[in-house]
Design a protein. Structure first.
Length: 294
């Protein structure tokens, strides 16, 4: 089954619900980066929230970048997504291996760290991008982004993210964000809180083969939930190319390129996002130097 995102409205339009299944794209990321189980769980949650936020950006050239720097052994995580949504990312230390937590689960909080920051950059093609910075409060990602929405976007948003990993890889992954509209009542919010608590983990619901619509109904308690868009299919895809790598070489400057030509006679660049390798011969490097000199 392909990955999917569904936008819905609950409580007669007073509550926005966006649910995502991201099992395939998280598994692809696991394979590309050779992620350990705990890093798969953490990185998968970050990829999922990026797609959930990214789909609401306007404009064909819109791009969302999320940087997470915690004090855990995973180190810096960078994820970018457009509004199609195509997502990609990398982890500084992809093979972190730490003991399970006291509940016998993958210890995402310890891998990410409980101190640090989330940096969200929304570039929608305007003069200046929107930049939101929020502290890490738990390292569990979902709670941290609920805090980000509250502090940086002034929205009280319920966030759930989950990745279920077994020996073969990613068994299920997904998430949802639920945002009350301005006309939502206190009774609506109270009902939401009760149903979210009763619904349980998003990864378990997906593993039990609930559809995204069924999950939307379960977490809101609204059996008359209205589907707004069910055509969105998020994918993990890198847009790197030899041309992009050439631009990177131009960026290091003429003198550094001449030193590489003299000492190595070639260059090899690796894309952080997909681990694809690009080779540049001595002649190609000399051609790049000529472009800079012109």
């Amino acid at each position: 089954m392909p990955d999917k995102i569904i936008k819905m409205l609950a409580y007669e339009g007073r509550v926005s619900v966006i649910c995502a299944k991201t099992t395939n794209l998280v598994e692809k990321a696991r394979n590309i980066h050779d992620l350990s189980p705990v890093t798969t769980a953490a990185f998968g949650r970050i990829l999922t929230i990026a797609t959930l936020i990214g789909i609401d950006m306007k404009g064909e050239k819109s791009k969302l970048t999320i940087q997470i720097k915690g004090n855990g052994p995973m180190g810096m995580v960078v994820v970018t997504v457009n509004n199609y949504p195509k997502v990609k990312g990398y982890v500084a230390n992809p093979q972190v291996d730490i003991p399970l937590n006291e509940d016998g689960k993958l210890d995402v909080a310890k891998a990410v760290g409980t101190e640090g920051y989330i940096n969200v950059v929304k570039d929608m093609g305007l003069k200046e991008p929107y930049i939101g910075i929020s502290p890490i409060i738990s390292g569990e990602i979902a709670e941290d982004f609920a805090e980000y929405f509250a502090k940086s976007e002034q929205k009280n948003t319920a966030v759930a993210l989950g990745v279920l990993v077994n020996r073969e890889g990613v068994k299920s992954a997904g998430g949802y964000i639920i945002t009350p509209m301005p006309d939502a009542t206190q009774e609506d919010i109270s009902m939401l809180e009760q149903h979210i608590f009763k619904a349980g983990a998003i990864s378990k619901m997906l593993d039990n083969n609930l559809t995204l619509e069924e999950i939307g109904k379960k977490v809101t308690g609204d059996n008359n939930i209205q589907i707004i868009d069910e055509t969105i299919q998020p994918i993990y895809e890198c847009d790197c190319s030899k041309k992009h790598m050439e631009d990177a070489l131009i960026g290091i400057g003429k003198e550094e390129l001449k030193r590489i030509i003299e000492e190595d006679g070639k260059a090899e660049l690796v894309c952080h996002f997909c681990n694809k390798t690009y080779q540049f011969t001595k002649e190609e490097l000399e051609s790049i130097v000529d472009k800079i000199e012109k």
